[in-house]
Design a protein around this ligand. Structure first.
Ligand code: NAP
Length: 321
């Protein structure tokens, strides 16, 4: 996205929630001087104390409305399930001409939950930075998190183009590539590229752990010693990557699945069919079929690397959400 706007893009940005994404935004905005003032509010006193100790923002507020007062951009950075309550609470404090946005991983639910509370004269531009790690909380954020990552904006039809352009410019300045989508399309695309892989990781880690318990009981019954958990011992065989994904925040992911139910179930149906076909190919020894699929998927991985989306910043691989 090209823009002629220059930083600072906003006078005051209010971040509601200062976990991984909120604190990364605070770092990126303050590093680039992309707003004159970054204010934040978080639900728990403990999180606010951490935000103060780390000096994440210019001001940290105990009351949500104090953070929002005078802001020309308010970004909801809490789990999706909290959005309706937060939108209702902040509505009376919003200045005319301000923009409300969010970072939620599901977009139709945000339109449904926040849309009804957007006051007259306030712009609403939902967003989703497709960036992250498996860590959470105010100490996990870092300024580079959005670099080279997509940020998808889903403004409802008729949204003021200047408000959309300004928010796009902010994300571009934080290092993201900005893309626009219809919320329903976003939810289907992310269901297959992000939500389903997480579901599979959660399942596999659960299944392996149950299986290991079973094997340990069998070994104990047979009088054999089990020196160390085999799950940990042999985790480099592919399982380790799943455990990283499956370590993602439980509340955030609970909300993603509950709020993108239709799309996730649709993709799960397609995936189950393909998995059954693979099961059959293994059973019937269809070597060519297996090899063709594995070659195709290897090419996809290479394409992701070429597109610069494989990610290698910090100690962790990027996710997600
Ligand atoms: P996080 O690190 O767990 O932080 C969550 C924040 O939301 C904390 O400030 C927490 O406040 C607050 N919060 C939690 N429950 C709340 C509630 N019921 N009411 C009000 N505030 C609440 O989460 P995150 O990873 O930053 O995720 C935030 C949003 O970003 C989610 O909507 C997620 O879908 C989206 N997202 C995440 C990623 C990712 O990789 N993690 C990537 C893209 C988008 P307290 O600590 O004060 O309780």
């Amino acid at each position: 996205m090209s823009t002629s706007l220059a930083a600072p893009f906003y006078r005051r940005v209010a971040l509601l929630g200062i976990g991984l994404v909120g604190s990364s935004m605070a770092h990126a905005i303050r590093r680039g001087k992309l707003a004159d003032h970054v204010a934040c509010w978080s639900r728990r006193a403990e999180t606010r104390a951490t935000a103060r100790r780390l000096k994440l923002c210019d001001s940290v507020h105990d009351k949500l409305t104090d953070a929002v007062a005078g802001a020309d951009l308010v970004v909801l950075c809490a789990p999706i399930g909290a959005n309706a309550e937060l939108a209702q609470a902040m509505a009376p404090a919003l200045a005319r001409g301000a923009t409300i946005s969010d970072v939620g991983s599901v977009k139709q639910a945000v339109v449904r939950d926040v849309g009804p509370f957007v006051p007259e004269g306030v712009h609403f531009v939902p967003g989703h930075p497709v960036a992250g790690t498996e860590h959470s909380g105010p100490e996990s954020g870092f300024a580079e998190m959005f670099e080279q990552r997509w940020c998808i904006l889903t403004p409802p039809p008729g949204t003021d183009p200047a408000a959309v352009q300004r928010l796009g410019a902010l994300w571009t300045a934080m290092g993201s590539r900005v893309e626009f989508m219809d919320p329903a399309h976003h939810d289907r695309v992310l269901a297959i590229t992000s939500h389903l892989p997480h579901l599979i990781a959660y399942t596999i880690v659960g299944t392996v752990t149950d299986l290991e318990d079973h094997l340990r009981r069998e070994a104990a019954d047979a009088g054999r010693m089990v020196d160390r958990a085999e799950v940990v011992k042999f985790s480099a065989g592919g399982f380790r990557d799943f455990t990283r994904i499956a370590a993602s925040d439980p509340v955030m992911w609970r909300d993603i699945f509950l709020n993108n139910r239709e799309a996730v179930l649709e993709m799960l149906g397609r995936f189950s069919e393909d998995l059954a076909a693979l099961q059959r190919a293994i059973r019937w020894g269809e070597s060519e079929k297996l090899e063709v699929l594995f070659r195709r998927t290897r090419d996809i991985r290479r394409g992701i690397i070429q597109a610069g989306q494989a990610g290698t910043f910090k100690a962790t691989e990027p996710d997600k959400g």
